[in-house]
Unconditional design. Sequence first.
Length: 218
Amino acid sequence: MTKKEKVDYVLRTLNELYPEIPIPLDHSDPYTLLIAVLLSAQSTDVRVNKITPLLFARAKTPAEMVQLTVEEIRDIIRPVGLSPMKSKGIHGLSHILLDKHNGQVPKTYEELEALPAVGHKTAAVVMAQAFGIPTFPVDTHIHRLMYRWGFTNGKNVVQTEKDAKRLFPEETWNDLHLQIIWYGREYSPARGWKLDEDIITKKIGRKTVLAEYYKKKN
């Protein structure tokens, strides 16, 4: 298969598997999404979705959040991990949103990444899922699958994002990054990977990846 044929196959298969695409993190507006994505760093969506209702019951707007202390935020979010850094980030960015953005979440990489504890991936997720701006957030699932499928060299997520944006049409990015995440979780995990269940990798996967899989299996 040519690379274009592989890209078309991936798009077609993922659209068949995920015609409706659930958003992994529960939220009600751009601000609650921003907080949820920030909390998800080195944690799981399931754990975050258990904690955010507790946090948002106390504060679901920047104005309400700054009324809490960093210590109060930290106590609530402790189960998601990295709570010292994340609590300071949440408190600090809430102040900045009030002071510089009228309490509204901005819509650009530059403004979002200027907020405490907000990196490129978090900014991209917010832009895509809150505002519908075409981005291609790369998480561990996407990084792993883009490599397994032979679409990137796997050196770093920056290169993976560039390769994804180069290969896939811009109008597919916002749905596609979520489809790949769900596919990675269900069919192509890092651990307990069963190639027979991973229909995309089995058909188009990088030869070295397939060879290594069979070597370990045997």
